[in-house]
Design a protein around this ligand. Structure first.
Ligand code: LLP
Length: 402
């Protein structure tokens, strides 16, 4: 259960805001630290899911590494306590400046996504008189059975290097004197719910690919399987922590390792999604010709997932839950203030009778929420409020008591 402190306390805060239940966050990270140690799996947190300093400092303090996808993420992760030799950097389009900065920092690995990128990194390292650690991202052509926008491991996707270039790749790595080849990287998609089926298949494909590289003279020390573990958006209270036991168990029983090899994973969403809610207030209740609208002060500029992926987020009326008599329920289209018809939090949602000023929680918003928000329509950016630092939250000002 997400701990909302008291509704009275939340009610004093200016909306919208991102509310972080730090207790649930720490419990999730601690659980993953313990389980991954038992399985001998190394965890790199995928920073892109949430870049809040307080979260990153806690995660780095637990000894996790960081998986980054831009030069700024690399620098930010480093400033939040991740040592350079625990930072890996993926992405199909690394700019010269980004490569240069990461080279100077001496990161654990560039996860390279094309032959040309390997060539450029080798040249840049030569000019700088350095050696770059390189892992190669492979496209294994596996269907992750998830939304097509977050599917990354099929041949039709832009990510990784695919089979027809393996021999060229091996030749290039062998003759590149300023790179130090350390392993292979895979990431086939996000919000994967068919965990056993998809990861068992991924591991079997990875075993074949690793064997091919080693037969051809490249020693694969690190096998990085990427992230992707899904969370329960339908029922976050029933499943506040994703099933890491199932994920790690599936990997351990399907991956073939020999002496000197280590498995790495890069969870983002599953570490942070459930610990936060976007808290918003009902501005107006409007009865349309065919439906009732609840118009909220948070919109698609704050959390774009419903508009972009048609994603479902559970929505609760926190204020109604406090009213003395159990109110009747009604179907609402819950919408934001942005001038786009896709700015809908949920259509036809059954909620207790709701009124202007009610506080609403849009659940499971900790991953790909705050990081993807924008100032579209020149809206203010919603601040983060932490359950263990409520005194730092911005206070609500009522302009008119209506
Ligand atoms: N590793 C790499 C190379 C990635 O590209 C990603 C996510 C991850 C790890 C972490 O995956 P996770 O454990 O979070 O599934 N904005 C979308 C999700 C995009 C995921 C991008 N890559 C959403 O809101 O659903």
């Amino acid at each position: 259960m997400l701990d909302f402190n008291s509704i009275e306390q939340l009610d004093k805060v200016a909306t919208p805001f991102w509310y972080y239940d730090m207790d649930l966050f720490r419990r999730t990270v601690d659980h993953v630290a313990e389980l991954s140690a038992e399985h001998g799996i190394k965890v790199h947190y995928a920073v892109k899911a949430n870049v809040e300093k307080r979260l990153l400092e806690y995660i780095s303090g637990k000894g996790f590494g960081a998986d980054c996808v831009s030069g700024n993420e690399v620098l930010h992760a480093h400033s939040c306590g991740f040592p350079a030799d625990k930072i890996v950097y993926a992405g199909v389009g690394k700019s010269d400046k980004e490569i240069y900065q990461a080279l100077q920092l001496g990161i654990e690995a560039f996860n390279c996504e094309s032959l040309q990128e390997i060539y450029v990194i080798n040249e840049m390292a030569r000019v700088c008189g350095l050696k770059a650690n390189v892992s190669v991202r492979i496209n294994p052509d596996i269907d992750a059975h998830t939304h097509k926008y977050v599917t990354t491991g099929l041949y039709e996707n832009k990510f990784g290097i695919s089979r027809h270039e393996f021999d060229k790749l091996i030749g290039l790595v062998q003759k590149s004197e300023n790179i130090n080849f350390i392993g292979l990287h895979f990431h086939i998609g996000s919000q994967i719910t068919r965990v056993e089926e998809v990861y068992a298949l991924e591991c079997r494909r990875v075993n074949e690919i690793v064997a091919y590289f080693e037969r051809n003279g490249l020693e694969v020390k690190n096998i990085n399987l990427g992230g992707g573990l899904g969370v329960d958006y339908d029922d976050p209270d029933e499943n506040p922590i994703a099933d890491f036991g199932k994920w790690f168990g599936t990997i351990s029983s399907n991956i073939a390792l020999h002496e000197g090899q280590t498995v790495h994973v890069e969870p983002g969403r599953s570490l942070v999604a459930q610990c936060a809610a976007l808290i918003s207030r009902v501005l107006f209740v409007k009865s349309g010709e065919t439906k009732n609208f609840l118009i909220m002060d948070a919109g698609m500029n704050d959390l774009i997932r419903p508009a972009l992926y048609g994603a479902y987020h559970k929505i609760e009326n926190l204020s109604a839950a406090m009213r003395p008599f159990f109110p009747t329920h009604q179907a609402y289209d819950i919408v934001g203030p942005v001038c786009e018809s896709s700015d809908v939090w949920g259509a036809g949602r059954l909620l207790p009778l709701s009124v202007r000023g009610d506080l609403m929680a849009i659940r499971s918003a900790g991953a790909y929420g705050q990081v993807m928000s924008s100032r579209y329509n020149m809206k203010d950016m919603a601040p983060a409020v932490f359950s263990d630092a409520m005194d730092e939250a911005p206070s609500r000002t009522d302009y008119f008591a209506v």
